[in-house]
Design a protein around this ligand. Structure first.
Ligand SMILES: [Zn+2]
Length: 159
Protein backbone atom coordinates (compact mmCIF):
# COMPACT_ATOMS: atom_id res chain seq x y z
CA UNK A 1 0.00 0.00 0.00
CA UNK A 2 1.38 3.42 -0.95
CA UNK A 3 1.19 6.05 1.77
CA UNK A 4 1.20 9.79 1.11
CA UNK A 5 4.93 10.27 1.80
CA UNK A 6 5.85 7.48 -0.64
CA UNK A 7 3.50 8.88 -3.25
CA UNK A 8 5.13 12.32 -2.90
CA UNK A 9 8.62 10.88 -3.27
CA UNK A 10 7.61 8.90 -6.38
CA UNK A 11 6.22 12.11 -7.86
CA UNK A 12 9.42 13.91 -6.92
CA UNK A 13 11.56 11.26 -8.64
CA UNK A 14 9.41 11.54 -11.76
CA UNK A 15 9.80 15.31 -11.83
CA UNK A 16 13.55 15.01 -11.39
CA UNK A 17 13.79 12.45 -14.16
CA UNK A 18 11.73 14.60 -16.54
CA UNK A 19 13.91 17.61 -15.70
CA UNK A 20 17.06 15.55 -16.32
CA UNK A 21 15.73 14.36 -19.69
CA UNK A 22 14.84 17.93 -20.63
CA UNK A 23 18.32 19.12 -19.64
CA UNK A 24 19.98 16.35 -21.66
CA UNK A 25 17.82 17.25 -24.62
CA UNK A 26 18.89 20.91 -24.38
CA UNK A 27 22.50 19.87 -24.07
CA UNK A 28 22.21 17.67 -27.15
CA UNK A 29 20.53 20.44 -29.14
CA UNK A 30 23.19 23.00 -28.28
CA UNK A 31 25.92 20.52 -29.16
CA UNK A 32 24.17 19.68 -32.42
CA UNK A 33 23.73 23.31 -33.46
CA UNK A 34 27.36 24.04 -32.55
CA UNK A 35 28.48 21.16 -34.76
CA UNK A 36 26.29 22.44 -37.62
CA UNK A 37 27.86 25.88 -37.24
CA UNK A 38 31.31 24.34 -37.23
CA UNK A 39 30.49 22.27 -40.29
CA UNK A 40 29.21 25.28 -42.26
CA UNK A 41 32.23 27.26 -41.20
CA UNK A 42 34.67 24.58 -42.29
CA UNK A 43 33.04 24.18 -45.69
CA UNK A 44 33.07 27.71 -47.05
CA UNK A 45 34.21 30.31 -44.53
CA UNK A 46 37.54 28.66 -43.84
CA UNK A 47 38.45 28.46 -47.52
CA UNK A 48 37.56 32.11 -47.94
CA UNK A 49 39.49 33.12 -44.83
CA UNK A 50 42.51 31.16 -46.08
CA UNK A 51 42.46 33.28 -49.25
CA UNK A 52 42.32 36.54 -47.26
CA UNK A 53 45.01 35.36 -44.87
CA UNK A 54 47.32 34.48 -47.75
CA UNK A 55 46.58 37.93 -49.22
CA UNK A 56 47.47 39.51 -45.86
CA UNK A 57 50.73 37.57 -45.61
CA UNK A 58 51.61 38.40 -49.23
CA UNK A 59 51.08 42.14 -48.73
CA UNK A 60 53.18 42.17 -45.57
CA UNK A 61 55.93 40.11 -47.19
CA UNK A 62 56.23 42.71 -49.93
CA UNK A 63 57.01 45.21 -47.15
CA UNK A 64 59.63 42.89 -45.69
CA UNK A 65 57.54 41.57 -42.80
CA UNK A 66 57.62 37.79 -42.48
CA UNK A 67 56.98 37.24 -38.79
CA UNK A 68 53.49 37.64 -37.28
CA UNK A 69 52.12 37.51 -33.74
CA UNK A 70 49.24 35.06 -33.86
CA UNK A 71 47.21 36.85 -31.18
CA UNK A 72 47.22 40.07 -33.27
CA UNK A 73 45.95 38.41 -36.46
CA UNK A 74 42.18 38.50 -35.69
CA UNK A 75 42.21 42.26 -35.08
CA UNK A 76 44.49 42.87 -38.07
CA UNK A 77 42.13 40.94 -40.36
CA UNK A 78 39.06 42.75 -39.01
CA UNK A 79 40.79 46.11 -39.46
CA UNK A 80 42.25 45.51 -42.93
CA UNK A 81 39.44 43.66 -44.71
CA UNK A 82 35.96 45.05 -45.25
CA UNK A 83 34.74 41.45 -45.49
CA UNK A 84 35.52 40.93 -41.79
CA UNK A 85 34.62 44.41 -40.51
CA UNK A 86 31.65 43.15 -38.48
CA UNK A 87 33.24 39.90 -37.32
CA UNK A 88 33.54 38.80 -33.76
CA UNK A 89 37.16 38.66 -32.51
CA UNK A 90 36.71 35.29 -30.75
CA UNK A 91 35.16 33.68 -33.80
CA UNK A 92 37.91 35.12 -36.02
CA UNK A 93 40.53 33.87 -33.62
CA UNK A 94 39.09 30.34 -33.71
CA UNK A 95 38.78 30.35 -37.50
CA UNK A 96 42.30 31.71 -37.97
CA UNK A 97 43.72 28.96 -35.76
CA UNK A 98 42.03 26.39 -38.05
CA UNK A 99 43.43 28.03 -41.19
CA UNK A 100 46.93 28.29 -39.69
CA UNK A 101 46.90 24.51 -39.14
CA UNK A 102 46.20 24.05 -42.85
CA UNK A 103 48.88 26.55 -43.90
CA UNK A 104 51.39 24.81 -41.63
CA UNK A 105 50.58 21.41 -43.10
CA UNK A 106 51.15 22.83 -46.60
CA UNK A 107 54.49 24.33 -45.44
CA UNK A 108 53.33 27.85 -46.34
CA UNK A 109 54.15 28.95 -42.78
CA UNK A 110 56.09 27.68 -39.81
CA UNK A 111 54.26 28.12 -36.55
CA UNK A 112 55.38 28.29 -32.93
CA UNK A 113 53.21 28.83 -29.85
CA UNK A 114 52.76 32.60 -30.22
CA UNK A 115 54.02 33.50 -33.66
CA UNK A 116 54.25 32.36 -37.23
CA UNK A 117 56.77 32.93 -39.95
CA UNK A 118 56.63 32.71 -43.74
CA UNK A 119 59.92 30.95 -44.51
CA UNK A 120 59.82 31.27 -48.32
CA UNK A 121 58.14 33.55 -50.77
CA UNK A 122 54.48 33.80 -51.73
CA UNK A 123 53.62 34.37 -55.38
CA UNK A 124 50.46 36.04 -56.57
CA UNK A 125 49.33 34.10 -59.61
CA UNK A 126 46.30 34.24 -61.85
CA UNK A 127 44.76 31.23 -63.52
CA UNK A 128 44.75 31.56 -67.32
CA UNK A 129 41.60 29.46 -67.55
CA UNK A 130 39.24 30.74 -64.82
CA UNK A 131 41.07 33.99 -63.87
CA UNK A 132 41.07 33.09 -60.17
CA UNK A 133 43.91 34.65 -58.20
CA UNK A 134 45.95 32.40 -55.91
CA UNK A 135 48.73 33.12 -53.47
CA UNK A 136 51.06 30.14 -53.72
CA UNK A 137 54.16 29.36 -51.77
CA UNK A 138 57.10 27.80 -53.58
CA UNK A 139 56.45 24.65 -51.50
CA UNK A 140 53.10 24.07 -53.15
CA UNK A 141 52.22 22.57 -56.53
CA UNK A 142 51.51 25.23 -59.17
CA UNK A 143 47.82 24.56 -59.59
CA UNK A 144 44.77 26.80 -59.51
CA UNK A 145 42.85 26.39 -56.24
CA UNK A 146 39.55 26.62 -58.07
CA UNK A 147 39.87 24.67 -61.32
CA UNK A 148 43.23 22.88 -60.76
CA UNK A 149 44.65 24.15 -64.03
CA UNK A 150 48.44 24.36 -64.09
CA UNK A 151 48.37 27.37 -66.42
CA UNK A 152 49.13 30.18 -64.02
CA UNK A 153 50.80 33.49 -64.68
CA UNK A 154 52.00 36.19 -62.34
CA UNK A 155 49.45 38.87 -61.48
CA UNK A 156 49.48 41.66 -62.40
CA UNK A 157 51.25 40.56 -65.58
CA UNK A 158 54.96 41.40 -65.59
CA UNK A 159 55.88 42.66 -69.06
ZN1 LIG B 1 41.52 28.20 -62.45
Amino acid sequence: MINVANFMSIQFIEIVSIAAKFYLCLLYMSFYSASIKFHLMSATDLRELEWYLRDHLFRNLSHGKRKFEIQNLPEEMIKVYLRYRDSDVDKMSFMISQVLKQLSSKSVITQSQASLEVPGSLNRLQCSKCFYICYLSENEPKKCFRCFSAQLHSFPDKK
